[in-house]
Structures are given as structure tokens and as C-alpha cells.
Design a protein around this ligand. Structure first.
Ligand SMILES: C[S@@+](CC[C@H](N)C(=O)[O-])C[C@H]1O[C@@H](n2cnc3c(N)ncnc32)[C@H](O)[C@@H]1O
Length: 308
């Protein structure tokens, strides 16, 4: 591939303003976390706005993102090749803000060798971290029909999940396991009879397998939970989601910690104080979606850690 694969950052200004906006400082001095470095779009703008005493710690699972981060020469910046679920390793109340821009980057989708897209022929991999874990092809080679159906139904909200799982198992028996994106896309297309206009029959299956193989929802849940300990009072939690399963988790998490909790068994006890204050819900402007169609499904939620 001659052209370097690019990523257009979604909600760039909006996310960085929301993240840094908390203290009202012109040049914030705290320690901020970018849990999803990608190609560093958000990180680079954070560094531009950060004061001399500020720090930015980034995470990414993808070795290619870590390689890209090595190009940033700035003593205030560091990166860890880890899942953002490891956020809880940071000291309590040490972070002035946590940003998560969920999902995959364009370079991941657009590189056929990564196996994320049904549009390009490549090995059926889909791991964000190519240095560990099982690829989708390896998992599909041995998983049982019920497991496959559950993954495709739960993470893809696919109504033909059982039929697709059976077709995968049948194909495995007849001709051996599926090893490429094209083989899977063709098998799904032959199984899914009706589809929403404009949607490829394989969209939901590919989404489901990607979410599963990278444990995306578990990672998100762990990171959200850890953010309550790691954020200092007034610190911001900023999360950009790209599909309803992610956004539901973020929305429910913020809602659950944004109200006083009464213990029904102790009706006269003081309620447990709320730990978050919901601040905002922002979607990309029409102009952004026009310039970057991949931003169309983005929803950004912002909350602030209270002093409770
Ligand atoms: C949408 S991209 C982020 C793009 C980035 N904000 C930018 O402007 O370049 C998501 C990135 O997060 C990484 N990622 C996704 N889930 C992760 C997780 N649980 N832990 C660490 N990195 C993750 C992916 O490897 C990918 O590089």
C-alpha cells in the first residue's frame, strides 16, 4: 500500500474543548488521558492546548497506533500499549480528564490485511491488538453454533443470526474453516434474505464479530467504572460512541451515577451522593458528516466527576 492510511478525527474541537474545559484555565496543567490514541488527532490538539506542566497519557491496543505515537516528541506525552480497561491502574483522583473515542480507526478498516472490512479481501483477523489473542478466523474454526449465533445476535442485533451461524458450521464441515473476509461476506450474503436499504448484508455480522473478538463492550464497562476512581473532582469524562450498543452503556452509566441513590432497606438514611454530573450530548454537525461520512453515527457524551 503506497498511500499512508489516514484517519479523520471525529468531533475534534468539540471533544478537546469538553475534555479541557473543566477548570476554565487557558493552559490546563493536569494529567489527561486519551484512551484511544488511533492516529493521534485528539492527542495532538490536546498537546497544543495543554500548559507546560500538563501531561497526556495515551492508550491504544494497536501496535500501528503505538508506532505512530513514537513520532510525537513531547516530554509531556507518553503512551501505553494496553487496553483502556487498564485505566484503573492509575492512582486515584489523578486524572483531570478521560477521553474515549471508541471503535476502530480508518487505517484499521482500510487496510485489507487487518480483516475488518467486508469491502476488501483479506485474512479474517479483526484484532485491534495483533500481538495477542485469537483472530476471528481462529475463533470461528472451533466455536459452536450456539456461541456463534449468540455473538451475531447480541453484538450485531442480527435477526438472521441462527441461520448465519448454521451456515458457518455447515461450510466448516464441507470445505474447512473460513479464512478470509470475502468468504465470510459471501456466505452471509447467501444467508441473509432481506436487508435495510443501503446496508450490506454482512454489516451486522462483521460488527458483531469485531466487538466480540476485541471484548469491546467489556473494555468499555471496565474503563467507565475505573474512571470514577481515576478522575479528580471537576475532571471530565468524554466518550464518543459509534453504535447503539456502546452509546447505551455510556448513557446508562452516566445516568446511574448522576442521581442520588436511596437504599430501599434503609429509607431514612442519607442517599449516596451522585458521582457524575451529566453535561452534554453532542452529534457531529451536518458539515462534519458531509466531509467525513464515517462520523455520521457518532454521539459524544460528556460528564463531570463531582466531589462525592
Ligand atoms: C476511533 S479510533 C481513535 C482515533 C483517534 N481519536 C484519532 O483522532 O486519531 C479508535 C482507536 O482506539 C483503539 N482502541 C479501541 N478500543 C480500545 C481499547 N479497549 N483499548 C485501547 N485502545 C482501543 C483502536 O485500536 C483505535 O486505534
Amino acid at each position: 500500500m503506497n498511500q499512508p492510511l489516514q484517519h479523520t478525527t471525529v468531533l475534534l474541537d468539540e471533544a478537546v474543548n469538553a475534555l479541557l474545559g473543566g477548570g476554565g484555565d487557558a493552559a490546563p496543567a493536569g494529567c489527561f488521558v486519551d484512551g484511544t490514541f488511533g492516529r493521534g488527532g485528539h492527542s495532538r490538539l490536546i498537546l497544543q492546548r495543554l500548559g507546560a506542566a500538563g501531561r497526556l497519557l495515551a492508550f491504544d491496543k494497536d501496535p500501528a497506533a503505538i508506532q505512530e505515537a513514537a513520532r510525537i516528541e513531547d516530554a509531556r506525552f507518553s503512551i501505553r500499549h494496553q487496553g483502556f480497561s487498564q485505566l484503573g491502574e492509575l492512582p486515584a483522583a489523578s486524572a483531570a480528564g478521560v477521553l474515549l473515542d471508541l471503535g476502530v480507526s480508518s487505517p484499521q478498516i482500510d487496510d485489507p490485511q487487518r480483516g475488518f472490512s467486508f469491502r476488501f479481501d483479506g485474512p479474517l483477523d479483526m484484532r485491534m491488538d495483533t500481538t495477542r489473542g485469537e483472530s476471528v478466523a481462529q475463533w470461528l474454526a472451533t466455536a459452536d453454533v450456539q456461541q456463534i449465533a449468540e455473538v451475531i445476535r447480541d453484538y450485531g442485533e442480527e435477526r438472521f443470526a441462527v441461520q448465519i451461524a448454521k451456515a458457518i458450521a455447515a461450510r466448516r464441515q464441507e470445505r474447512g474453516p473460513i479464512s478470509t473476509t470475502t468468504e465470510l461476506a459471501q456466505l452471509v450474503a447467501g444467508t441473509v434474505k432481506t436487508r435495510e436499504p443501503g446496508q450490506d448484508p454482512a454489516t451486522r455480522t462483521f460488527q458483531a464479530l469485531r466487538i466480540f473478538i476485541n471484548a469491546e463492550l467489556e473494555e468499555l464497562q471496565q474503563a467507565l467504572k475505573a474512571s470514577l476512581d481515576v478522575l479528580q473532582p471537576g475532571g471530565r469524562l468524554v466518550v464518543i460512541s459509534f453504535h447503539s450498543l456502546e452509546d447505551r452503556i455510556v448513557k446508562q452509566f452516566i445516568a446511574a451515577h448522576s442521581r442520588e441513590v436511596f437504599d430501599r432497606r434503609a429509607p431514612f438514611a442519607e442517599p449516596k451522593a451522585m458521582k457524575l454530573k451529566a453535561l452534554d450530548r453532542i452529534k457531529p454537525s451536518e458539515a462534519e458528516v458531509k466531509g467525513n461520512p464515517r462520523s455520521r453515527s457518532a454521539i459524544m457524551r460528556v460528564a463531570e466527576r463531582t466531589s462525592a
